[in-house]
Write a protein that binds this ligand. Structure first.
Ligand code: GP9
Ligand code: MN
Length: 631
C-alpha cells in the first residue's frame, strides 16, 4: 500500500506526530504562561526538536529493531507526558526525581489519582496507536537503512536543531542552565524531556558528592565554629521577644542606599526612615547581602540556616533533599506555626519542595491570593494587595507564628502603574535606576499600610517585625547612573558598600532602639532572631553570630571570596580601608604576600576556609550525621 518513494520514513512520521502532540499538551493541557511570541515559538520548536532528536536515533538500528525502538519510544514518551500531566493536575508542577522518591508526595497522589484522570486522556495515545500499527505492518516501506554517513548526517542534523533550541532558550532566559530558576521555565524553554535529563544530571551530581561523605568532617568544622565564629556570652536582649510572633518581610531588591536619602528633595522611603528612628527599632546600617546565583532563594537559605549559599547554582534546587536544622524547624519545636506568603508560582526557586524540607508548615503561594489584571504588575500581585489579602490568614493563624512575606513589586524591571507612583522618576541614562525610586517608594507605602493593619488587628503588640532586603536591584551595569545619583565615583569599594541591604528589627514595647553600625550579614539573621526569642540551641551549627551579643566573627564573607571586616573591605583584588575607602594595596592575590602591610591576606584565607566548610556541609549533606537538639 505504501510506496516507498511517496512516504516519509516512520521515524520522521513519529517525530512529527509525537512532537505536535507534545506541543498541543504544553499549550492546552499544562498551564504554561507565555509572555511573548518568542516564548510561544520556543515552546513549539522544543517539542518538535526533542521528538526529532529522539526518533532520529532509531536510524542506527536495523529494520525490525528500528521499528521496535520507534514504537516503544512513542509509548514510553507518552507515558512520561501522561504521568506528568496527572501530577500537574494535582500539584501544578512537573515531576522531579527527588519528588518521585518522596513518600508524602506519592501518597498524596495515590488517593486522588482516579479523580485526576479523564477519559479523554485516552486520546493522548492516538499517535502511539498509529505508530504501533505502521511499525508492525510496514516494516519494509517505512524503515530506513542509511549508510554510516547518512546515519551520522541525520543525527548531526538533529543535534544541531537541539543546539539551536538551547541557544534561543539562553537568549530568552540568560543563565537558564546555571541558575535553574523554575521548572516551568525549563520546560517552557527546553521541553519536558530535556528538563528530565537536566534534573537527573543535577541530582546525580548532588548524590555523588553525598555518597563519599561520612560525617567525620564535622568535628573539624565544629571546632572551627566554636573557635572562630560563636561567642558564648549571651546578649542583654536574650529572650526579650520570647513567645512573640515573628513577621519577617523579605523586601525584593531593597538596597540601603535609598534609606535616609532623597530624590529631588523628597525622601525615598519616608515610612521606613521613621520606623528606624523609633525606640522600638533596631536598625543595622552596615548589613550586607551575601547571595550568589540563587538570588532571593539564596537570601532565604542564609536566613533560615546560617549557612552560605553555593558558589554556583541555587542550593534550593541542587540540595533541596538535604538534612537541615532550619529556623522553621527549630521554632516548630518551640510551638511556632510557620508559613510563607508569596504570591508567585510555588515551584519558583523550587520553593514548594525546599520549604517542606526546611520545616515550614504552610506555603501561601499565588493561588492563595486573588490576582487580577488590575492588582498586579511586573512579576505579579502588587505589594499592597499582598499585605491586604494576607491579613485574613494572619488573623486566623495559630499563635505564636513565624511568617515570612516575600514582596515582588520592587523587582527588576521595576514597573509601576502611573496611579501608584508617588515620587518622580529619576532622570539618568538608566531606566532601571530611574524606575527603582518609584517602586521602592510604593513598597515603603505598602509596608506602612501593613503596619497600620497589624496595629488595627491587635497583632502588632504580640509580634516582632523584621524587614530585610534580599539582594541588590541595581547591578554594576548601571554604575554611571548610580554615580550620578550618589555624587561619587563607584569604585570596587563603593560597589561593595552598595551590597548593603536594610535590616530592621521592630520590637513593639521595647524602648532601647538604636542604629547599629557593626558589620553584619544575612548569615547572622538566624542566631540573632533566635536569641531575641530566647532560644539558644546548644549544639547548633552555623556561620553566623548573634548581632546583639558579644561579637566574635569579625568579617562578612561574600560568596566570591571578597569580604568586609571591621577595618577593611576586600573587593576586586584590592584591599581598602573601610573607613576612608582608600586603596591599601593592589595585587591579584593578597594571600601570597608575606609582607606586614598585607592586612587583607590572613582574613581572605579565613574567609575561603569558612566558605569551603559551609560547602562541605551542603555537598556532603553532613547534617544527616549530626544530632541536633533544639530544646
Ligand atoms: C520570585 C522572587 C524573585 O519568586 O522571589 O526572585 P529573584 O529573581 O529576585 O531571585
Ligand atoms: Mn529577589
Amino acid at each position: 500500500m505504501f510506496q516507498k518513494r511517496f512516504t516519509l520514513p516512520l521515524y520522521q512520521i513519529a517525530a512529527l506526530l509525537f512532537g505536535l502532540k507534545t506541543y498541543i499538551m504544553y499549550r492546552f493541557m499544562f498551564n504554561i504562561s507565555l509572555d511573548n511570541t518568542m516564548q510561544e515559538f520556543i515552546l513549539f520548536i522544543n517539542a518538535i526538536v526533542s521528538a526529532i532528536l529522539f526518533f532520529t536515533l532509531s536510524v542506527w538500528f536495523k529494520e525490525r529493531r528500528q521499528m521496535k525502538f520507534i514504537r516503544y519510544g512513542a509509548l514510553i514518551g507518552t507515558l512520561i507526558l501522561f504521568f506528568n500531566l496527572v501530577f500537574y493536575r494535582n500539584f501544578n508542577d512537573f515531576i522531579t526525581i527527588p519528588v518521585l522518591f518522596q513518600g508524602s508526595n506519592a501518597a498524596d497522589l495515590g488517593s486522588s489519582i482516579l479523580t485526576l484522570i479523564k477519559w479523554t486522556d485516552v486520546l493522548l495515545f492516538t499517535d502511539v496507536v498509529i505508530i504501533w500499527y505502521l511499525s508492525k505492518k510496514h516494516v519494509q516501506t517505512l524503515s530506513v537503512q542509511h549508510l554510516r554517513k547518512g546515519k551520522i548526517a541525520a543525527t548531526a542534523f538533529a543535534i544541531a536543531l537541539l543546539a539551536g533550541n538551547f541557544v534561543l532558550a539562553e537568549i530568552e532566559r540568560p543563565q537558564l542552565f546555571q541558575r535553574s530558576f523554575d521548572r516551568e521555565y525549563l520546560v517552557k524553554n527546553i521541553g519536558l524531556f530535556n528538563y528530565h535529563i537536566y534534573d537527573a544530571v543535577l541530582n546525580s551530581k548532588a548524590q555523588t558528592k553525598r555518597v563519599f561523605a561520612d560525617g567525620n568532617e564535622l568535628t573539624e568544622i565544629k571546632d572551627y565554629i566554636n573557635e572562630n565564629v560563636k561567642s558564648n556570652e549571651q546578649s542583654d536582649l536574650f529572650g526579650i521577644a520570647k513567645g512573640k510572633n515573628v513577621i519577617f518581610i523579605s523586601v525584593e531588591s531593597f538596597q540601603s542606599f535609598v534609606i535616609n536619602n532623597e530624590l529631588y528633595g523628597e525622601e525615598v522611603t519616608p515610612f521606613l526612615n521613621e520606623l528606624i528612628k523609633e525606640d522600638s527599632s533596631l536598625y543595622f546600617e552596615n548589613f550586607y547581602n551575601q547571595v550568589a546565583q540563587g538570588r532571593t532563594s539564596d537570601s532565604e537559605f542564609l536566613v533560615e540556616n546560617s549557612l552560605y549559599p553555593l558558589p554556583s547554582g541555587a542550593v534550593f534546587f541542587t540540595n533541596a533533599q538535604n538534612e537541615y536544622n532550619a529556623m522553621p524547624e527549630i521554632l516548630g519545636d518551640y510551638g511556632y506555626y510557620s508559613s510563607v506568603l508569596h504570591a508567585n508560582n510555588k515551584s519558583f526557586w523550587n520553593r514548594d519542595i525546599m520549604y517542606k524540607n526546611l520545616g515550614y508548615d504552610y506555603f501561601y503561594g499565588e493561588e492563595a491570593f486573588e490576582v487580577t489584571e488590575e492588582n498586579s504588575i511586573g512579576w505579579g500581585l502588587k505589594d499592597k494587595p499582598l499585605f491586604e489579602q494576607s491579613m485574613k490568614y494572619l488573623q486566623s493563624m495559630e499563635q505564636p507564628f513565624y511568617t515570612k512575606f516575600i514582596t515582588l513589586t520592587n523587582h527588576f524591571p521595576f514597573e509601576l502603574d502611573e496611579e501608584d507612583a508617588t515620587i518622580e522618576r529619576y532622570d539618568s541614562n538608566s531606566n532601571t535606576l530611574n524606575n527603582y525610586f518609584q517602586t521602592i517608594r510604593y513598597t515603603d507605602e505598602a509596608i506602612k499600610q501593613f503596619f497600620d493593619q497589624l496595629k488595627a488587628s491587635g497583632l502588632y503588640e504580640d509580634s516582632i517585625i523584621v524587614i530585610m532586603g534580599d539582594h541588590f536591584g541595581i547591578s554594576e551595569n548601571h554604575n554611571q547612573a548610580m554615580s550620578q545619583y550618589l555624587g561619587k565615583e563607584i569604585t570596587p569599594y563603593e560597589q561593595t558598600q552598595l551590597q548593603r541591604v536594610p535590616f530592621i528589627i521592630n520590637i513593639p514595647g521595647y524602648d532601647g532602639g538604636k542604629v547599629i553600625s557593626d558589620i553584619a550579614g544575612q548569615i547572622d539573621v538566624k542566631p540573632t532572631l533566635l536569641n531575641l526569642l530566647g532560644i539558644q540551641p546548644q549544639n547548633n551549627l552555623g556561620f553566623g553570630i548573634d548581632l546583639l551579643g558579644k561579637q566574635k566573627e569579625d568579617f562578612v564573607a561574600f560568596r566570591n571570596g571578597e569580604f568586609v571586616s571591621d577595618d577593611y573591605v576586600y573587593s576586586s583584588g584590592t584591599c581598602y580601608d573601610r573607613q576612608t575607602g582608600e586603596a591599601l594595596e593592589s595585587q591579584s592575590d593578597v594571600s601570597t604576600q608575606e609582607k606586614p602591610s598585607n592586612v587583607c591576606g590572613p582574613i581572605k584565607k579565613q574567609v575561603e576556609k569558612e566558605l569551603s566548610y559551609s560547602d562541605e556541609i551542603i555537598y556532603g549533606d553532613l547534617f544527616r550525621f549530626y544530632n541536633f537538639e533544639n530544646k
